[in-house]
Ligand binder design. Structure first.
Ligand SMILES: *Cc1c(COP(=O)(O)O)cnc(C)c1O
Length: 329
């Protein structure tokens, strides 16, 4: 299968916000967008998105993972950017329409259909730097994606940066393009200088997250991760792993911890990144002040594997869905 994010279904769905109301969504062949060059998004970055997956079970029907929760998170992002806020029902209906049209294109697990709702400010006004976009476009792309771990998963190497923040306190939990723009330079520099995969942003020593994934420490009986605050993105994978971990008897420790704590725990804990694209991926090495610290034995740990499998079994229809996370299409 082609590289993640480069292969799209033949249709997409879009809805405009104009004259103070959302207009009826349209499911149409995928096509370029016609936009005024003065559109608010191009100049003032009024944009947010979501990312989640639909799986096609062996019964041939599709199931969307945590649809309402993702729609609710998008509402929060829209609100924080002063964009028109789509109803959960509107966005959910758009996603379900699209998935139902493309169900034949969804490859069997562990492959899936990645869904990418995107909301942009389209008001053509370059004088609106300090004004909200009163016109907007919401669209949803669908992209068949393969198994992230095809070819085997190699534990990741992270640069622990105890100075820089990924983004600002104000936009940390907003899924908005500017945050990725902010993390890109530091991440490329860290790759070039230290050969790492990602940067773990830990401003003032506070362990937060990487450019696009949450960070967890896992032992045989405990999962440690930062408690929800506005400094980082509230991942649905993070929340799901914590719920399933609790069900499996792990103590869930949502607590702040420092780079000092992290390096002290690294010999005994497994470390992992969580996110929709890669589910749960082991971290094998931390680089801090030019020194390499191996996390446990540097390999993917048994608890990371166990929790990843527990979540994927629910998503693939191989285990019950006790939390009601899946919407049948
Ligand atoms: C999307 C994202 C995550 C992961 O969220 P999921 O809902 O688990 O996919 C984590 N951090 C950032 C910065 C993100 O953009």
């Amino acid at each position: 299968m082609s590289q993640f994010g480069t292969n799209f279904c033949d249709n997409f769905v879009k809805a405009r916000y104009e004259d103070g109301a959302w207009q009826a969504p349209e499911l149409v062949p995928l096509e370029p967008l016609q936009m005024h060059p003065a559109s608010h998004v191009f100049h003032y970055a009024s944009t947010c998105f979501e990312g989640f997956k639909a799986y096609r079970w062996s019964d041939g029907k599709a199931r969307v993972f945590r649809l309402a929760d993702h729609a609710t998170r998008m509402q929060g992002s829209a609100r924080s950017l002063c964009l028109p806020v789509p109803d959960v029902e509107l966005l959910s209906d758009m996603v379900l329409q699209l998935v139902s049209r493309q169900v034949e294109d969804i490859p069997a697990p562990p492959s899936s259909l990645y869904l990418r709702p995107t909301l942009i400010g389209t008001l053509p006004n370059i004088g609106a730097a300090a004004a909200p976009s009163t016109e907007a476009l919401l669209f949803v792309l669908a992209s068949p994606v393969g198994d992230y771990f095809a070819g085997g998963s190699r534990p990741l190497k992270l640069l622990v940066d105890d100075k820089r923040a990924r983004t600002t306190e104000q936009l940390g939990s907003t899924k908005t393009g500017g945050n990725y723009a902010a993390a890109l330079g530091p991440t490329l520099a860290a790759r070039a200088e230290f050969g790492v995969d990602q940067v773990l942003f830990c401003p003032d020593g506070d362990v937060q997250e990487t450019g696009a994934a949450n960070f967890l420490l896992i032992s045989d009986d405990e999962i440690i991760t930062k408690p929800l605050d506005t400094s980082f993105l509230h991942g649905m994978t993070r929340a799901s792993i914590l719920s399933l971990g609790r069900d499996l008897g792990y103590t869930i420790s949502e607590r702040n911890f420092t780079v000092g704590d992290l390096l002290a725990w690294a010999p005994d804990y497994e470390a992992a990144l969580s996110g929709t694209a890669a589910c749960l991926t082991a971290v094998g090495t931390l680089v801090h002040n030019g020194e390499e610290h191996t996390v446990r034995d540097g390999k993917t740990g048994p608890n990371t594997e166990r929790l990843r499998k527990a979540l994927q079994d629910v998503q693939y229809g191989l285990a019950p869905d006790p939390h009601g996370w899946l919407t049948e299409v």
